[in-house]
Every structure is written in structure tokens, then in C-alpha cells.
Design a protein around this ligand. Sequence first.
Ligand code: UDP
Length: 254
Amino acid sequence: MEEPKVALTLMGVPIHDVTMDETITRVAGWIAHGGPAQIATVNPEFLMRARQDASFGAVLRRAALCLPDGSGIVWAAWLRGSPVRERVAGSDLVPRLAREASQHGWRVYFLGAAPGVAEAAASVLAARNSALQIAGCYAGSPDPEEEAEIIKRVKEARTDLLLVAYGAPKQDLWLGRNLERTGAAVGIGVGGSFDFVAGVSRRAPYWMQRAGLEWLHRLIQEPSRWRRQTALPHFAWLVLTGRDRSTPPLKDSR
Ligand code: UDP
């Protein structure tokens, strides 16, 4: 299969123009032919972080797919005259992947989130997809001291598809360091997706998603996100002024 098309580069990070269906086709290809392939679900907060964090930026640049997850990314691509065809959100991808996994016999590992949430999300998805093969569920932690234990669990479970919910950038850095060692063909940082599937937090109503206001819904639900979300107007300003093209990374989080 040919390389996915890069629609544009923002803060030095390539954004791929792939649809949900094409994402699934690529995941199927990597699982059939071995991978490993890392997928990142990119939103403006990712990019503002990558702008200041060299190792996060490097992981995103190495990822097999940087999906246009946030509506801010879709807007920036449109503004640059390089539109992407679809917003592909991690929260939509997880239920879709569960369906495909149950049809194709992929073994899925649910790693991360608060204790019990990965199990709850997996059982909701298994109830909807009776043939879903759950390789394992484990909250664990993104701390380096836990890595060896987690890698062992994921590897012994013969995982095809590893979903990691430690939030960005931890989940993506974790996959950047460890995906290959887990033996999984595909690894995806899925943020708060387990919380949504398990009903721990509520996703924005569809009209808000369509209107590009999912960030506002998350802010109302979790007001403590306001500091993170100050990244959004800053992102918009950098894109509007073209300054996102000339911003060197400042520090390295490793
Ligand atoms: N999380 C975790 N360990 C951590 C940090 C976060 O398990 O050290 C989990 C958290 O419980 C949540 C998920 O990571 O389920 C996503 O967090 P967040 O909402 O910050 O991520 P986003 O969707 O914004 O990327």
C-alpha cells in the first residue's frame, strides 16, 4: 500500500489526509503484515505541546499516521488551502475498531485510564461485538518503572492492536518507546476514549461535534482543562499568522 498522503505540516508535524474507512484499511494491512505502526490522534493541544517538546514532536513525525482528530486541525488545513476530507476522531475510531476487530479476529489490548475503566470499556464493546477478542485490560501507569511489566503483559497476550489511554503526550511517548517491544502490530494513543465508552465521561452531543465545539463541551465537563485549552487561541493565532512554520522545539521531556 502506498504511503498515506500528508495534507499539510503544522508545527513541524505532518497531518495525514485519510478517512475513517482508509484508516481501518491501513490498520488491517499492518495487522496482516506485521507493523509495527503507531497512530496519533492529533488535535491543536498536541501540536502546541510538540512545539515545546522535542521528543513528542519526534514521536509524532515518526508515527505511521497522524490523524486529523481535532476540528482545529480540520480548520487549519482548510485555511491553508490543503483541506482534509474528514475529521477522524479517536473517540469514533475506538468503537469502529472494536467492530472491525470482532469481524477479523484481531486481539485488542486496552491499556490505561483509571483502574477498572479499561475493563468497563472492553466489556461495553464486547457486549456490542460478541466475537471481540480482548487480549487484556490493564490500567498500569505511564511511569518508566512500569514499562517492563506492561510490555510483558501485552506481549504474552499476543496483542494485535494496542489501545493506550494515558492522555497526550504520555500515551504517544509510551508507544514511541515501547510499541515495537510489545509485539503488537498497531498502537494507538486514544486519550479519553475509554472514559467515553465506559460512560465515565460524556461525549459532546452530535451537533456540538459537527459545529467544532467538542472542546467547549469538554471544558464545561472538566473546567480544570481551561489551562490546557489556552493552547487553542494561541494555536489559531500561530496558524493565522503563519508563525507555526518557524517555531523551534524548546525542551525535551525525556
Ligand atoms: N490517564 C492515565 N494515567 C495518567 C494520565 C492520564 O491513565 O497518568 C488517563 C485518564 O484517566 C484518561 C485518559 O488518560 O482516561 C485521557 O486523559 P485526557 O482526558 O487528559 O486525554 P485527552 O483525551 O485530552 O488526550
